[in-house]
Write a protein that binds this ligand. Structure first.
Ligand code: 5GP
Length: 362
């Protein structure tokens, strides 16, 4: 496992609240239980349950949001999530979260996002680069910093970009508000927009105006696409030509053909797909077909907390299940540089990191 941890990796599909540490979630739930706001034993059972259907996962998210939606807690979770990814040598992280409004505690979508940025500033185990001169605590990597990246001794650097998620329960106006917030926060590392939330809720047409506007304004777009069978929506999403899509579990032949001809990169979340039973068995996962077709793919975690996984673990799983050796997996991680939503300067620096690591890991 050590090799997989020390290999540099790129994470492009991680939901902030789904990546909360179990220990933090239990601690926060216990605190709320003591205050009488929730029944701790019910929550404890839900947190410790391992095999959840897609429906149960969304019930758990509602619970997590009760426990976590408070500015200080959002800051704490963000800090911990980034530190956890950095600890397993994720060198570039796109972290997505749904800006939340909660009038009862004076939280607006903007103040929620400011709490997230505060969490990025609070990270102290690693340098965080948000692409802004005020927040990047270090200039581009020196060659000695790059060569130290894989030996676990150096204070490392992680590039973090934020994606603001639209929840499928939202209205067009609310989605537009999130996109406008994203535009105002570009200088704080916001690179794009994600569409997520319960796939059986909401209509594509509701989000299209906000997504179109986001794209016109230069934001990158990724969509949760095909988590449930819905050919009409999948077709509309692919016609939109997003920068990437997540999951692609319930595609038919026509959708595969279209996806491959458009070469839209796919964020693959193996453990998540198996746990939520959107794919019946890992041997049947579309990873194999896309990999063999040399379609752009990137391995991701989705929700490390909710699915008890890590990015290194996802690489181990893919390697052992599909019989791909270290070198092939390393190149898979390296290729992901091309699908990130940051600029060419960051891509160039990441290519250098992988090039340098390739020589060290041989
Ligand atoms: P947050 O946006 O609150 O930081 O992260 C949790 C949210 O991400 C969930 O409430 C849900 O909207 C979204 N999410 C997390 N995992 C999944 C997933 O596997 N599929 C979909 N469609 N949405 C997800």
């Amino acid at each position: 496992m050590d090799w997989w941890v020390s290999m540099p990796k790129i994470e492009l599909h991680a939901h902030l609240n789904g990546s909360i540490r179990d220990s933090t979630l239990l601690e926060l739930s216990r605190d709320l239980g003591e205050k009488g706001s929730i029944v701790f034993s019910d929550v404890e059972h839900a947190i410790l349950k391992n095999d959840r259907s897609l429906h149960e996962v969304f019930k758990l998210f509602d619970l997590i949001h009760v426990v976590t939606t408070d500015h200080k807690i959002v800051t704490r979770i963000t800090k911990e999530v980034v530190e956890d990814f950095a600890a397993e040598n994720v060198v570039y992280l796109e972290l997505r979260t749904t800006p939340k409004r909660n009038d009862s505690i004076g939280m607006s979508k903007r103040s929620y996002m400011e709490a997230v940025v505060e969490g990025l500033r609070a990270v102290n185990t690693v340098e965080v680069d948000l692409g802004s001169p005020n927040l990047s605590m270090e200039s581009p990597l020196t060659s000695s910093a790059i060569s130290n990246l894989c030996d676990g001794t150096a204070r490392k650097k992680i590039y973090v970009r934020l994606l603001l998620s639209l929840d499928r329960r939202e209205t067009t106006a609310s989605a537009m508000e999130t996109v406008k917030l994203a535009l105002k926060m570009r200088h704080l590392g916001v690179a794009g927009i994600d569409l997520s939330g319960n796939p059986i809720v909401g209509e594509w047409a509701t989000f299209l105006p906000a997504l179109q506007f986001a794209r016109e304004q230069g934001l990158s777009i990724t969509l949760h696409c095909g988590e449930v069978p819905n050919p009409e929506e999948i077709k509309a999403m692919l016609d939109f030509l997003p920068g990437r899509i997540g999951h692609a579990c319930c595609f038919g032949e026509e959708e595969w053909r279209k996806l491959k001809s458009c070469k839209i990169p796919v964020e693959i979340c193996l453990t998540s797909n198996i746990r939520t039973e959107t794919i019946s068995s890992i041997d049947l996962h579309h990873f194999v077909d896309l990999y063999n077709a040399q379609h752009p793919i990137v391995l991701c975690t989705d929700d490390v907390g909710v699915f008890s996984t890590t990015l290194s673990g996802e690489y181990v799983l893919a390697s052992s299940t599909f019989g791909l050796g270290r070198s092939k997996m390393f190149h898979l991680a390296w290729n992901a540089v091309e699908f990130i939503f940051a600029d060419d300067v960051v891509k160039k620096e990441l290519r250098q990191i992988f090039y340098s690591a390739a020589r060290k890991l041989d």
